[in-house]
Design a protein around this ligand. Sequence first.
Ligand code: PNS
Length: 174
Amino acid sequence: MIAIYPGSFDPPTNGHLDLIERGGNIFDELIVAILRNTEKSPLFSLGERRTMLESMTGEFRNVRVDTFDGLMVDYAARVKAKAVLRGIRAISDYEYELQMALMNRKLRPELETVFMMPAEQYSYLSSRLVREVAQLGGSIKGLVPEMVEQRLKEKLDPAIKLENARKLKAGKRV
Ligand code: PNS
């Protein structure tokens, strides 16, 4: 069975990775689907998020990364997914997830939402908090893969930002 794991992944965290691994263990194919949302202004570009997720999931043979816009249920139909995977961390997630799952069921009854719990050490983790802590100079070690930590540092450190801007101006790769 094909399942999709949709989200913003701005940035992807170890909580996402934990869920991808669990999902990959029960579905034949898992598609990590990044929302191409033009309204929100994300910290990481779509390309950056895709690259990070591809490198995080490269070792999982039955996992691939894709992007989508429009209704999630329409995307699921296009890729022939029968299930959508979502993570539930705490009761506070439940109300929003229930609402979304039931709306999606109304739109496409044959698509089933499957909830999984991440490992408890990630139960408080969210992309929003990772962004906030990193932006304010706190440590996010162990909460995101090292490559994401590095990318966040590069994005937020003014000295590295300046250096990258100089390199780009000079036509060099950053
Ligand atoms: O990472 P997030 O923000 O929790 O993911 C939310 C996401 C991408 C799953 C949700 O916003 C979504 O599916 N958006 C696509 C548009 C859509 O189908 N909206 C109706 C949802 S009931």
